[in-house]
Write a protein that binds this ligand. Structure first.
Ligand SMILES: *Cc1c(COP(=O)(O)O)cnc(C)c1O
Length: 379
């Protein structure tokens, strides 16, 4: 099988090419002529995520995680909510990693419970604590490959083993590790979900999501997603398709720079704490070695001695904006953005302080990024 960088360019490309076009054309059409329709899913209609732009992406995304199938959707949250609503029914229970992406957590705590689904949070790096939270109705276990914003790497082998032992569906949000460093299907996960808005697209110009994994499960999610309607527009498909081609190049540069930044920050006297799974001092380091061959990803978070907002305003290169994984560096306080919805109590429980700073490292020169951090810390 071809390696990742080759798959990113060639997997899923139409054969033969449409009119010989080297780059995938956009099929900006809501509907397609239906002459030989046997079933509903034979109708090519953009809401059903089955235009040539969708099909090409599905094939490419499944290939890069060595999985059976994939489905693109209108956002990461469309992918995540569709997965939860497909796997869980009224009366079911789900185990969820503590301190995950704020939108996912709010969806579980505020929306899912209204449909009669209950949950418990687990310490994802302490498998010995999970069994006592298991219920006869537990159906699913949900973790993030590197959690947002505290950069905890779960015991992923144990998640898969625990799910198999107790017949749970295992689902992982692989947005932070990306298929460059982790392929969940290979370890035995049933499903991975992504905010394709982040590293997969990589250019901060599209909102998109995907689910990747077992064919039967992806098929069921597609069926529900057609009803929920969170489809990905063909033009957004093309932007994602284009972004994916440089995924490996971008992510490896971002990863290298993030490690430099993390090392610089840990050595600085004004920095009190650095969360980065690729640092030897991180509690997740051993698992980072085991699962991601030592790569901690392109995002880190840290605390400083001093006024976090003044520090953010003194930074000259990164843009103060939510989201991660773009070619430009981005900084934000999660308490003021991605995790605002959790409220003060929710953040306290999750261990996310109001002064925590999250830094998503872009592809700028790392020397410039470090010089910029230095001047802002020393102001
Ligand atoms: C951004 C993000 C999401 C949500 O994705 P959207 O594309 O914004 O809907 C989910 N999980 C993680 C880890 C994220 O960073």
């Amino acid at each position: 099988m071809a390696k990742l960088s080759t798959q990113l360019i060639h997997a899923g490309e139409p054969s033969p090419r449409f009119a010989g076009a080297v780059s995938m054309p956009i099929f900006q059409s809501a509907n397609f002529e239906a002459t030989d329709v046997q079933s509903y899913t034979d109708i090519i209609y953009s809401r059903l995520n089955n235009t040539p732009n969708h099909i090409a992406l599905h094939t490419k995304l499944a290939a890069i995680e060595d999985a059976e199938a994939a489905l693109v959707l209108g956002s990461g949250m469309a992918a995540i909510s569709s997965a939860f609503l497909t796997i869980l029914s009224q009366g079911d229970h789900v185990l969820v990693q503590k301190a995950i992406y704020g939108g996912t957590q709010s969806f579980i705590e505020e929306d899912l419970v209204r449909f009669g689904v209950s949950f418990d949070f687990i310490e994802a790096d302490r498998p010995e604590t999970w069994t006592e939270l298991l219920k006869p109705t537990t159906k699913m276990i949900y973790v993030e490959s590197i959690s947002n914003p505290l950069m905890v790497v779960p015991d992923l082998d144990e998640v898969v083993a625990f799910a198999r032992k107790h017949s749970l569906t295992s689902v992982i949000d692989n947005t932070f590790a990306t298929p460059v460093y982790f392929k969940p299907a290979k370890l035995g996960f049933d499903l991975s979900v992504h905010s394709a808005t982040k590293f997969l697209n990589g250019h901060s110009d599209v909102i998109a999501g995907c689910v990747i994994g077992r064919k039967d499960l992806v098929g069921r999610i597609n069926h529900l997603a057609a009803h929920l309607g969170g489809t990905l527009d063909p033009h957004a498909c093309l932007l994602l398709h284009r972004g994916l081609k440089t995924l490996a190049l971008r992510v490896s540069a971002q990863n290298k720079s993030a490690l430099h930044l993390a090392q610089f920050l840990s050595a600085h006297k004004s920095v009190t704490k650095v969360n980065y799974a690729g640092l030897v001092t991180s509690p997740s380091y051993e698992r980072t070695q085991r699962y991601f061959s030592g790569h901690g990803g392109g995002v880190l978070s840290f605390e400083i001695n001093g006024d976090a907002d003044a520090f953010l305003n003194n930074l000259k290169i990164p843009i103060q904006a939510a989201s991660i994984g773009g070619v430009e560096s981005l900084v934000i306080r999660p308490a003021q953005s991605t995790h605002l919805g959790l409220g003060v109590e929710g953040r306290k429980k999750a261990g996310i302080s109001d002064t925590l700073i999250r830094y998503s490292v872009g592809i700028e020169d790392p020397d410039d990024l470090i010089a910029d951090l230095k001047q802002a810390l020393e102001k």
